[in-house]
Design a protein around this ligand. Structure first.
Ligand SMILES: NC(=O)C1=CN([C@@H]2O[C@H](COP(=O)(O)OP(=O)(O)OC[C@H]3O[C@@H](n4cnc5c(N)ncnc54)[C@H](OP(=O)(O)O)[C@@H]3O)[C@@H](O)[C@H]2O)[C@@H](O)CC1
Ligand SMILES: [K+]
Length: 523
């Protein structure tokens, strides 16, 4: 999936008041819409016109050479947007066929106004159709504009709209959905059958992404999505509460740790990294290399006896302490000297590692991050969950997460499980992947905006542990370290993909591009 940076489109006055991009439910969006109309003030039909201008501009940007558009319009304001966009595209000399799924008696007020405006426009053919045989021809060069249903969808589609969706999905033409693919709910998608949702090539969504866009199972419907700011009232956006946020550049900039001019390696924190076991020393090397590029003063790698040379040669910047055991992490020593501890990558689930982890949880006083095998161990020895210090950061991928929180049948349910776990144990719980989700101890859920599928390769998780550990060691709170760490990690991935492509991307590329990621945020 894909999204276009929000800040790029924002007019100055609105950007000032919106450092955080909140994600709202369909009901809240209606509330924000109504608030904006009253307090801007603006009439609802003028707001629709503003929206249509923004949409038409975006459509022409994506499809500058397409001559014919087929617009499918529903009865509500999503259909109204479609009618207004059709008029504006026709005024640009495009050829428009509009399919009305319903009689005008069913139209919302603003949809009816736009219907009447459209009737006076040339180069436009209106079709009121209720069977597939009557649909105008659709060639592979034409583009479908899906304006049937948006945030007002109240139930799964059936009957005539369902037939239309099936038809659109069976065609070769590209589809651009307005606000949302028709048939897709904004949040919980359970009970909405997969054949009743438009599969869009592009979704042009208004003001903020909808929660359901972040669910992997919906990628086939949403396609590439762009967020188009439409100037909804900043007051409504800041005051209406929601647990969901999208992390963008403007969120992370204020989190950057200050670097004191007179600082030295002792003042930028000391991270203890417990990673690697015999045969798994790559995890130790990668996380150590990443930590060194996260701004931390000192990194100590705890490795099995006899394995220290590997780390010392690969990462000369790192201090090494060797365990007594030759295979895995088996004991802790002097943990109070460190400003943060990250434990888990490649440590194995060996009995000795379990004992040592338990001991660590008993004694630890510094901020803590658990990853990989450390998570697998606590998922199996569940009494250790109650030993987790508040604000510990847990960084599982989906499989590791399911071992901790249980299985889910859809991504909305996964979010609920993740949120409940973070609240119960007062921890920061990630779910790594596209749009990595961060559940906070207060129940908030944040979605990351950086990263790409080139990062789905071995070792990138170890790199993330090193980055977040390094930030924790510098004194960032767990919440801030998790947000900034995930964002930087994804940004380094995007920079790497820009340089060498997604296919060739390795975990080491992320480390090598961390410097550019820092600079890009600092700009
Ligand atoms: N965000 C903003 O500020 C702005 C948003 N704008 C736009 O407004 C859109 C939201 O408009 P909206 O509220 O009118 O809802 P919309 O999606 O058009 O559908 C409602 C209609 O569909 C019907 N219906 C529902 N489910 C159905 C089903 N399964 N099968 C059949 N029918 C079904 C429902 O009927 P009912 O549920 O009452 O039976 C009602 O008639 C939004 O997505 C964006 O495009 C901009 O114009 C301005 C600024
Ligand atoms: K739509």
């Amino acid at each position: 999936m894909y999204w276009v940076d929000f800040d790029k489109y924002f007019c100055f006055s609105i950007r000032l008041s919106l450092t955080i991009m909140k994600l709202f439910s369909s009901t809240q969006i209606k509330e924000i819409d109504e608030y904006s109309i009253v307090h801007e003030p603006i009439t609802s039909v003028a707001l629709m016109e503003r929206v249509a201008e923004i949409l038409a501009h975006a459509i022409l940007d994506i499809y500058p050479h397409v001559n014919r558009f087929l617009v499918f319009c529903g009865p509500g304001n999503n259909g109204g947007d479609g009618l207004a966009v059709a008029r504006l595209l026709a005024l640009q000399g495009k050829c428009l066929d509009i399919v009305l799924l319903y009689d005008q008696e069913k139209f919302s007020t603003d949809t009816l106004i736009n219907y009447k405006r459209l009737k006076k426009t040339s180069c436009v053919t209106l079709h009121r159709i209720d069977k597939l045989e009557d649909l105008p021809e659709l060639g592979p060069q034409d583009v479908v504009i899906d304006a049937m249903f948006g945030t007002g969808l109240s139930r799964p589609l059936n009957g005539w709209p369902l037939e239309v969706v099936t038809y659109i999905n069976s065609c070769q033409a590209e589809v651009v959905s307005i606000d949302m693919p028709s048939g897709l709910p904004g949040e919980d998608c359970s009970g909405f059958p997969s054949d009743g949702i438009v599969c869009a090539t592009n979704t042009l969504t208004l003001q903020f992404p909808k929660l359901s866009f972040f669910f992997p199972e919906n990628e086939k419907y949403v396609g590439l999505f762009q967020v188009l700011p439409i100037g909804l009232h900043p007051q409504a956006l800041t005051t209406i509460p929601t647990p969901y946020q999208f992390i963008t550049a403007s969120n992370v900039k204020p989190l950057l740790p200050k670097r004191a001019t007179f600082g030295h390696k002792g003042t930028f924190g000391h991270l203890l990294l417990i990673a690697g076991s015999k045969g798994m020393m790559g995890a130790s090397v990668l996380s150590a290399r990443a930590a060194c590029r996260a701004g931390v003063g000192l990194v100590t790698s705890h490795v099995p006896s006899g394995q220290g040379q590997i780390v010392q040669i690969a990462v000369p910047e790192v201090l090494v302490v060797e365990d007594m055991d030759t295979v895995c992490f088996s004991s802790i020593s002097n943990i109070k000297t460190y400003s943060a501890i990250a434990v888990g990558p490649g440590i194995s689930k060996h009995q000795k590692a379990r004992v040592a982890l338990r001991q660590l949880l008993k004694e630890v006083e510094s901020p803590l991050l658990l990853d990989a095998d450390a998570l697998n161990i606590i998922a199996e020895e569940r009494d250790m969950l109650d030993m987790l210090p508040p604000n510990t950061i847990l960084t599982p991928h989906p499989k590791e997460l399911s071992r901790l929180v249980g299985d889910w049948s859809n991504s909305f349910q996964r979010l609920e499980l993740q949120q409940a776990f973070a609240l119960k144990y007062q921890v920061v719980l990630l779910c790594k992947g596209a749009f990595t989700t961060i559940a906070l101890p207060n129940g908030d859920l944040l979605f990351n905006s950086t990263g790409n599928s080139g990062m789905a390769t071995g070792g990138t998780g170890d790199v993330l542990s090193g980055i977040i550990g390094g930030l924790l060691a510098q004194g960032l709170t767990s919440v801030d370290a998790a947000i900034l760490g995930v964002y930087l990690h994804g940004l380094a991935g995007d920079i790497s993909a820009g340089e060498i492509g997604q296919q060739a991307l390795t975990a080491s590329d992320l480390v090598n591009n961390l410097g550019k990621a820092w600079l890009s945020i600092l700009k």
